[in-house]
Design a protein around this ligand. Structure first.
Ligand code: NAP
Length: 322
C-alpha cells in the first residue's frame, strides 16, 4: 500500500504517570508503552511509596528531573523476572530500587526495567512485599551509617523521625551494626521503636535535652528538619550529623565540615546489588523486618499518595500492582 508505512506499535501496560508537575490530581493511571530493554525486565507484583515520588511530582527537584513528560512514578518494586537476562532466569523473584532523577521509569506499572545493579533476588521464605518495602529505605539507612557516618560498633546513635520508612529501617540497621540506639518520634510510636531495637525511645520534646548532651557519635536526622548548629551540642567530640534532605547550605557544609572534628554530612542513596543482597540476607535471617503502615491497590493510588503526603505513615505504604 503506497504511502502507508507499517509502523511498530509497542505493546501497552498500565502505568501511573503525569504530564505536568503538581498535586495528586496530576497522576493518571493509563495505558503506556512497555519498557524496551535488553536488560532485566520485571513484572511488578508490589511497589512501595517514598517521599521522593511526591517531591519529584511536585517539581521540587525540577532542575534534576527536567521538562520531559510523561513522567512515571515509584522506585521500589518486587516481582518476577519476565525473561532470562544476565544471571537472572525467567520467574525469579526479585526486588530493588530504581536510581531515578528524571522518572522516565517507574515501579508503579505492570513492568519495570531496572539496571542490573538495581535489583537482587528475594530469598526463599521472604515475602516479596516486605523486600520491596525495605529497598530504598534499607539502602539509605545502611549507606548513611556505614559509608557516610563510618559508624563503629558500640557507637551511640540518635535517630530523629524514627517511626517513618527510613526511620524504622534505621533503628534495626543501626542495631545490626552494633550501635546503642536512641529514637525520637511521636508518643504513640515509642513501643514500636523499642520493638524494633531502640534502647531508649524519646519524644520530640527531649530534643532540647539531647542537643546539650554531647554524647552521640551519630545523629541521623531522618526527617531532615534539625539544624546542625543546634544539634552540634548533641554530638560527641568527633561525632557526625547526617541529614537526608539536601539544601544548598547542607551541600556546602557537607564539603567544608569534612576537615572539622564534628561533621555535617548528607546521605544520597545509591542502589547497589551488594547492598540489596545484604538487606535480603538480614530479611532471610529475620534480623530485619518490614514495618507496613498500609497497603493499597494500584487503582487507589490517590488515597495512597494522600497517606504518604500526610507525613503520618508509620512504616511503609505498599501498592499492590499485579
Ligand atoms: N537523601 C536520600 O538519599 C534519601 C533517601 C530516602 C529518603 N530521603 C528523605 O528522608 C525523609 C524521610 O523519608 P521517610 O521515607 O522516612 O518518610 P516518611 O516515612 O513519609 O515519614 C513519615 C514519618 O515522618 C515523621 N514526622 C512527621 N513530622 C515530623 C517531625 N516534625 N519531626 C520528625 N519526624 C516527623 C512521622 O513520625 P511521627 O508520626 O512519629 O511524628 C512519620 O513516621 C524524606 O524527606 C525523604 O525524601 C532521603
Amino acid at each position: 500500500m503506497r504511502g502507508l508505512r507499517p509502523y511498530y506499535k509497542p505493546p501497552l501496560m498500565r502505568a501511573l504517570q503525569y504530564d505536568a508537575y503538581g498535586g495528586i490530581e496530576k497522576l493518571q493511571l493509563r495505558q503506556a508503552p512497555e519498557p524496551r530493554t535488553s536488560g532485566p525486565l520485571v513484572r511488578v507484583s508490589v511497589a512501595a511509596l517514598n517521599p521522593k515520588d511526591a517531591l519529584f511530582r511536585k517539581g521540587k527537584f525540577r532542575q534534576l528531573s527536567g521538562r520531559h513528560f510523561p513522567k512515571s512514578c515509584g522506585v521500589d518494586f518486587a516481582g518476577q523476572i519476565e525473561r532470562d537476562s544476565g544471571d537472572f532466569r525467567a520467574g525469579d523473584l526479585v526486588f530493588g530500587a530504581l536510581q531515578e532523577w528524571t522518572f522516565s521509569r517507574g515501579s508503579l506499572a505492570d513492568l519495570v526495567a531496572p539496571e542490573p545493579g538495581e535489583l537482587a533476588r528475594v530469598p526463599e521464605g521472604v515475602d516479596p512485599a516486605h523486600a520491596a518495602s525495605l529497598a530504598l529505605v534499607g539502602l539509605t539507612a545502611l549507606q548513611a551509617f556505614r559509608d557516610v557516618a563510618r559508624m563503629k560498633t558500640g557507637a551511640k546513635v540518635l535517630i530523629n523521625g524514627a517511626s517513618g520508612g527510613v526511620g524504622t529501617a534505621s533503628v534495626q540497621i543501626a542495631r545490626l551494626l552494633g550501635a546503642e540506639v536512641t529514637t525520637v518520634s511521636s508518643e504513640g510510636t515509642h513501643a514500636l521503636c523499642r520493638e524494633l531495637g531502640a534502647h531508649h525511645a524519646a519524644g520530640y520534646a527531649q530534643l532540647d535535652e539531647f542537643s546539650r548532651s554531647g554524647r552521640f557519635d551519630v545523629v541521623f536526622d531522618v526527617f531532615g528538619n534539625l539544624d546542625f548548629t543546634r544539634m552540634r551540642g548533641a554530638l560527641a567530640p568527633r561525632g557526625v550529623f547526617v541529614s537526608t534532605v539536601p539544601s544548598v547550605a547542607r551541600v556546602f557544609r557537607d564539603v567544608f565540615t569534612r576537615w572539622s572534628k564534628q561533621q555535617e554530612r548528607l546521605v544520597v542513596v545509591k542502589p547497589r546489588r551488594a547492598d540489596l543482597e545484604q538487606l535480603a540476607g538480614w530479611l532471610a535471617k529475620r534480623d530485619l523486618r518490614a514495618v507496613i503502615d498500609s497497603q493499597f491497590a494500584l487503582e487507589d493510588y490517590a488515597a495512597a499518595f494522600a497517606r504518604l503526603e500526610s507525613k503520618k505513615a508509620h512504616g511503609k505504604i505498599l501498592i499492590t500492582v499485579a
